[in-house]
Every structure is written in C-alpha cells, then in structure tokens.
Write a protein that binds this ligand. Structure first.
Ligand code: NAD
Length: 281
C-alpha cells in the first residue's frame, strides 16, 4: 500500500501561504496582478483559464482575462502583450497554450517580458533554470517538487527517471531533480529498454500523455511514482499516465489523477505571480 500524496492537500497549503504573503504585500500598497490571455474557444483551455481566475480570487490577486476570438492576428496578440508588459499593475502574463494554428507560439512566448513570464517559458527563464539561478520555475515540474518535499522524500543520490522530454514538463522536471542531486535519466518515444530503465528508478515521473501507460512491471518495489498525465480512459474517465490500480500496491508513494499534480500547477502559478509582485515591491 502506497502513501498517496494528495495534490489537493499540498496545493491548499501553497495557496494559503500565497494568500498570507499577498495580504502582507497589499499592506505595503502592492496588489499582485495576473493577466490571462486565451485565444479561441478550446474547451480544455477554457476550463484551465477559469480555474486560474478562481485561484487568483482565492489568494487575493487582481486577475484580468483577455478572451480573444480565434481569428485574432499575430499583430493584435503581440500588441496586447506589449500593453500588458508596460502595465505597472500587472505582474504576471500568461497566454494559454495551445494557440490556434495561424499564430506563432514561439514569438508569443518570446514577447512576454521575462520579468512577467510566470509560466517560465521564455528562453531567458529557461536558461536561468538550467544554471539554477531563477525567479520562476515552470509550474508543473515545480508542483511535482513541492509534493516530493511535502512527503519528506530525499532526492539526493536517488535514481530518478522522467518519462517525457517536453519543454513544459519533461526537460525542466529532469533539471529540478538534478538540482537536488538526483541521478537523472530522461526517457522518450525513442528510448529502447524503457521497462528496464524505469524499473531501476527510485523516483519515477510520468509525463507521457498516454492513459495508464506505466504498468506495474515498469516500477520498482518501494518506488516514488509521480503522475503528471491528464488523459481520458476508454470510458471517458479522467486518468493519469500511470495505471494506478496496478502500480499503487507496489509503490511507496504515489500521486493520484485527478487530485494529484493537476491542482499543484495552478498553485505554483500563484506562487510565481506572487514572486513577480514581490520583485516589483
Ligand atoms: P508532450 O506530448 O509534449 O510530451 C510527451 C512526451 O512523452 C514526449 O517527450 C515523448 O517523447 C514521450 N513519449 C511519448 N510516447 C512515449 C513512449 N511510448 N515511451 C516513452 N516516452 C514517450 O506532453 P507534455 O506537454 O509533456 O504532457 C505530458 C502529459 O502531462 C499529458 O498527459 C498532459 O496532459 C499532462 N500535463 C499535465 C499538467 C498538469 O498540470 N498536471 C501540465 C502539463 C501537462
């Protein structure tokens, strides 16, 4: 039986800390502000944006939403980002991805001021993460680290395996584990002997995007298993990248889906926005 690390519990703790720090900032006359841009009407993006707005209200941030039509041009979007970059009262700017196909995501990420880049996607922030000297950490991997810390799990010297090498999750996740002295292996779609590599992991992070991909025979007895995936199973039910029913009895610690890494991502976004406001103060 594994210990279940609850993202609901850990994220509530993070949000409570952010709320308290926000009150202190407000007492000094600084009200943290987050601008969220959404282009088009992707239903999943809509849910994420609504959750981010709710979290802002809960911790006491000013939040502004810019819901732009799918036909918005690159120029219009960049103009809006430029205006928000110049606003004193906006500390964080987030453009919900994916964007409609005609828009250049890379240019949009590059246009957001690195000082307001609370997703930590800007190349200058990515570089800072690489050298371990950063203001903002990417929200999902930072959320996973927060869960590891909360559970009192030591990373130093452990065999850590990350499945997935995306810029948003896999790569920065590996870097954060490395910063804590883990011995890190990154696996991806071309990895041979995946089962062998994964089953040597003390700490296994799954960020694949495939429902129930990680089976019991890929997991070492007593491993820590962190599941980043958000997928639908064959019955349309929300599930992770880990086959929870199979893996849970073998793991020492595991995160569930839903109620695991998902809620952490938004809590860490609040933490980054607070940090940006503290920098302004
Ligand atoms: P992605 O599609 O960009 O990357 C998936 C990675 O998995 C790739 O690097 C690929 O090489 C690897 N992969 C694919 N098939 C594989 C295989 N057979 N064996 C080994 N590796 C394989 O996805 P992403 O953006 O990194 O997201 C991963 C998952 O995490 C998705 O389910 C996504 O919805 C979820 N996600 C959750 C949160 C959250 O807040 N919890 C945030 C971001 C992403």
């Amino acid at each position: 039986m594994a210990v279940i690390i609850s993202g609901k519990e850990v994220s509530a703790k993070v949000r409570a800390e952010v709320k308290e720090a926000c009150e202190q900032l407000k007492a000094k006359g600084v009200n943290p502000g987050l601008a969220v841009i959404i282009v088009g009407d992707d239903p999943a993006s809509r849910v994420y944006v609504n959750n981010k707005k709710k979290a802002c209200a809960e911790v006491g941030f000013l939040s502004e939403e810019y819901a732009l039509p799918a036909e918005t041009t690159q120029e219009e979007l960049l103009e809006l980002i430029d205006r928000l970059n110049k606003r004193e009262d906006i500390d964080g700017i987030l453009c919900q991805l994916p964007l409609p196909k005609h828009l250049d995501e890379k240019a949009v990420i590059n246009a957001i001021s690195p000082l307001k880049d609370v997703d930590a996607f800007h190349p200058s922030n990515v570089g800072k993460i690489m050298i371990g000297d950063y203001d903002f950490l990417p929200c999902t991997p930072a959320g996973v680290m927060e869960m590891i810390h909360f559970a009192g799990i030591e990373v130093s010297g452990k065999n850590c395996v990350v499945i997935g090498r995306s810029n948003i999750v896999g790569k920065p996740m590996a870097m954060l584990l490395l910063h804590e002295n883990g011995t890190v292996t990154i696996c991806h779609s071309r990895t041979k002997n995946l089962k062998e590599v994964c089953s040597a992991a003390d700490i296994l992070v799954a960020a694949v995007g495939k429902p129930k991909f990680v089976k019991a025979d890929m997991v070492k007895e007593g491993a820590v298993v962190l599941d980043v995936g958000i997928n639908r199973d064959e019955n349309g039910k929300l599930c992770g990248d880990v086959d929870f029913a199979e893996v849970e009895p073998k793991a020492a610690y595991i995160t569930p889906v839903p109620g695991g890494v998902g809620p952490m991502t938004i809590a860490m976004l609040m933490k980054n926005t607070l940090k940006a406001a503290q920098n302004r103060a």
